[in-house]
Design a protein around this ligand. Structure first.
Ligand SMILES: Nc1ncnc2c1ncn2[C@@H]1O[C@H](COP(=O)(O)OP(=O)(O)OP(=O)(O)O)[C@@H](O)[C@H]1O
Ligand SMILES: [Mg+2]
Length: 331
């Protein structure tokens, strides 16, 4: 018997991590989660495509990071999945900043300001792969215009999803990304944008404020009594709505609440974790999507103590109800 070290091959690991399956909007959402957890009240996302060097930056006015916190933030697995998190923490795995960024770009820069100290850390994946070593370049900056007070900038460069395309295709692709991102943020962060059940946060995308899109059309829908499902490990609130029939609303409202995929596809459960939408329009394989239930939408609220039982994934884009909850949801 011998203990044989089987440490990961860093280059191969980092390249594979890039394919974990994030969409552009899920990746941005993971970065927004971090800003919200850092108590930001304003988040600005600037997506810039000049045909040569596209970049994306997410700027927040949150609490920022000190030297140790910044180094720790750049570690893959900076916190254990098992660690007890603050009640409002949107994180779980200690991975999102890195995995979301790597899925989209080869250069990640984090600039952060706390107590007048400005620090900058760069992950250059081309260097990491070449040297087969996970290192960051960390420097202290004397000043940095964008961070007037306190907060953090996450910047993505060498966005190779765009580099592969020709100039016209890339421009169209980029414009579509921004349109889809705006819709995604308006829906997945609608409670934060409206200050509904939680703190209010402004999110600007290329200098335009995102507006909350509440998928339940609460002003006009029929609201059923709130139900609470409690079991040993998890507790959740279930709020069902029946959206108004076509004849009871004007065309604009009908189309607006249909959403891009339409009423049939968008029926079902909407799972919120700490007020952030995780999964939308699914019956969790409890039943099929049917024409007669196309106006039914049901909000489920869980908090971050339930992550394990709901099988929340690293990308915060999939979940499964625990067995005991499934049977109650089916009813
Ligand atoms: N914008 C930010 N402001 C302040 N601290 C941040 C910011 N972004 C990241 N951090 C710090 O970096 C850590 C690592 O972030 P990362 O997204 O990788 O993991 P996480 O949020 O803890 O968990 P998850 O993998 O579920 O997102 C965070 O726990 C937080 O301490
Ligand atoms: Mg995170």
């Amino acid at each position: 018997m011998a203990d044989i070290s089987v440490n990961p091959n860093i280059s191969a690991l980092v390249i594979s991590l890039r394919s974990i399956g994030y969409s552009f909007e899920n990746a941005i959402s993971d970065i927004i989660d971090n800003s919200i957890t850092a108590n930001a009240t304003e988040i600005s996302i600037n997506c810039n495509w000049d045909g040569i060097n596209p970049y994306v930056e997410i700027i927040d006015n949150g609490i920022g990071m000190n030297y140790e916190e910044l180094i720790n933030a750049m570690v893959l697995g900076s916190k254990s999945k098992k660690e007890i998190r603050d009640r409002d923490d949107l994180g779980r795995f200690g991975l999102g900043l890195k995995t979301a960024s790597f899925s989209q770009c080869k250069k990640l820069t984090v600039i952060t300001k706390q107590n007048e100290k400005i620090l900058k850390a760069i992950y250059d994946l081309e260097k990491v792969v070449k040297e087969n070593d996970l290192t960051i370049d960390l420097t202290e900056l004397k000043e940095f215009d964008t961070l007037e007070y306190q907060g953090t900038i996450v910047k993505w460069e060498l966005i190779d999803t765009l580099e592969k395309k020709n100039k016209v295709d890339a421009q169209n692709y980029f414009n579509n990304l921004i349109n889809d991102l705006e819709k995604h943020i308006s829906l997945y962060f609608h409670r934060f944008l409206a200050g509904e059940k939680t703190k209010k946060i402004a999110i600007n995308l290329n200098n335009i404020g995102c507006k909350a899109y509440n998928p339940f059309f609460v002003e006009r829908s029929e609201k059923l009594p709130l139900e609470i499902i409690d079991d040993l490990n998890t507790s959740c609130k279930v709020q069902a709505y029946t959206l108004p029939h076509h004849q009871k609303v004007n065309n604009f409202e009908w189309e607006l609440y249909a959403g891009k995929e339409g009423y049939l596809a968008n029926q079902g459960f909407y799972l919120y974790r700490n007020n952030r939408l995780i999964v939308k329009g699914t019956w969790f394989k409890l039943r099929a999507k049917k024409e007669e239930t196309k106006l039914s939408r049901i909000a489920i609220d869980i908090d971050n103590t339930c992550d394990e039982f709901w099988q929340i994934d690293v990308k915060k884009s999939s979940a499964e109800p625990p067995l005991t909850v499934r049977s109650k949801l089916k009813k």
